[in-house]
Design a protein around this ligand. Structure first.
Ligand SMILES: *Cc1c(COP(=O)(O)O)cnc(C)c1O
Length: 449
């Protein structure tokens, strides 16, 4: 029977992992408790494993080689702007020195970029819709929505439940497959003053096909109630003036803020981290009087975002107004030419072949928008294919490389990899054994929604 090593000695042996001492002590203590009886080597090994897992659990940059542009598990859109810390004029007017307003910078620029009178930025799109319903309708009042649009958008976001959470009564009209303007008209007539608004949720993550009829925004205009469209995806303008080549074909039919407002919606709500290409946020844009009413509601205070998010959104809005899609990583990746992806794949395959590493074959593949947007849509892409499931080893690389597996092959899609990250991908490929067993890794499913 050997004595277990001291917790301190084990923790000291883990310093190279780069975690603060208390976390190394935790790992050492746990290892001693678990395998102390098995001797010093076993304790050191176990402690190292625990500490490595702890380090890997930290939030860190990863290389997204999944080909999913908006990968929910990777924070959806990649956003560009690293911001310095320190103070900011979040609510200070630099001209008068008086109290400023959080909507004066990012929100007003986003409003300008999508042709809205005003906008408000909150924590996410779910918060945007919750706040809009609470402030414009809420307890004692009702909102009308089509039965075909009472959907779950993902991650437990269900339109009827958000409605309930806001205290708003939901007046369902029409049927799952067909809803007409007359259905809304009747609900407004019967509900009278109780009816505060009409809600439109364009299909984002599903399609209803066959014998269908949906009420579009223009059908809801003129019924005497504000029309709120939860477009979610965050496409600012269907014409994509920030892209030299105009909108890519795969974007066709995606509802956009500018066009939805131009059709007569009084408000649109959308996410900051989907096709807007920014940080997690929710934007409410449209009529100035309605935005002001929403901003005054006490819940707005609880759902607001901080200076870091506002600063990132402000830079993003300036890039949109500059029509500089190249400055927005999402759009850069979404529109990079196939030839350039192919050239990068060929170069990576050649460079990795020259080492003793794994065989990586250049291949065409399909990327997807992801993020619950544009269901069924694929974007032609190019990347590398490896035999077997190599995801665990790629995740263990620093920085972690996130790939996907299909047909017992590992697919590395370069559309979602910044060219500056190719060196990291090459380094990871070189570190893979030529032929380790694909079945020897503990693999979890890799949701891409
Ligand atoms: C994604 C989405 C939401 C939820 O957005 P979050 O920013 O994740 O809260 C709401 N509505 C629609 C239509 C969406 O597509």
């Amino acid at each position: 029977m050997t004595h277990p090593p001291s917790v301190d000695a084990v923790a000291r042996g883990l310093r190279d992992i780069g975690l603060p001492a208390p976390l190394l002590v935790d790992a050492a203590r746990q290892a001693v408790a678990e395998v102390g009886a098995a001797g010093a080597d076993a304790v050191h090994r176990r402690a190292r494993g625990i500490a490595e897992d702890r380090r890997r659990a930290l939030l860190q940059p990863v290389v997204n080689a999944t080909g999913v542009l908006l990968h929910t598990n990777l924070g959806r859109a990649p956003y560009p702007h690293a911001h310095a810390g320190g103070y900011r004029n979040v609510e200070l007017r630099l001209d008068t020195g008086g109290r400023g307003n959080r909507s004066e910078h990012a929100a007003s620029l986003l409003a300008r970029a999508c042709g809205a009178e005003a906008a408000l930025v909150v924590n996410n799109c779910a918060a945007a819709l919750l706040l809009t319903l609470t402030a414009l309708a809420g307890p004692g009042r009702a909102a009308v929505a089509s039965r075909g649009e009472l959907v779950e958008i993902g991650g437990g976001f269900r339109v009827p439940e958000v409605m309930t959470a806001s205290g708003t009564e939901l007046l369902e009209v029409g049927t799952t497959n067909r809803t007409r303007r007359a259905d809304f008209e009747r609900a407004v007539a019967e509900g009278g003053d109780r009816v505060a608004l009409l809600l439109k949720v364009p299909p984002s993550n599903y399609r209803i096909v066959g014998f269908t009829e949906a009420t579009e925004v223009p059908d809801l205009v003129g019924l005497g109630r504000p029309v709120v469209a939860d477009i979610g995806s965050g496409l600012l303008d269907a014409a994509c003036p920030w892209l030299r080549g105009g909108p890519p074909a795969w974007l066709a039919g995606e509802p956009a803020a500018r066009q939805t407002l131009a059709q007569g919606a009084d408000l649109v709500t959308f996410s900051g981290d989907k096709l807007l290409g920014g940080p997690q946020a929710g934007i409410i844009a449209g009529r100035a009087d309605l935005v002001a009413t929403i901003a005054r509601h006490p819940l707005a205070r609880a759902l607001r975002c901080g200076g870091m998010v506002l600063a990132a959104l402000q830079q993003l809005a300036l890039d949109y107004l500059d029509r500089n899609g190249d400055a927005i990583p999402l759009w850069r990746m979404a529109t990079i030419e196939l030839d350039r992806l192919r050239a990068r794949a060929d170069a990576l395959a050649a460079a990795s072949a020259s080492s003793a590493g794994v065989v990586a074959l250049p291949s065409a593949m399909d990327a997807v928008p992801g993020g619950g947007t544009l269901p069924g849509v694929t974007i032609a892409s190019y990347g590398l294919v490896l035999a077997g499931d190599r995801r665990a080893e790629l995740r263990a690389h620093r920085p972690p490389i996130i790939a996907r597996v299909e047909d017992d092959r590992t697919w590395l899609d370069l559309r979602t990899v910044d060219p500056a990250e190719d060196a990291a991908v090459l380094d990871a490929l070189r570190s893979l054994d030529r032929g380790s067993s694909p079945s020897s890794f503990d693999e979890r499913s890799d949701p891409t929604g």
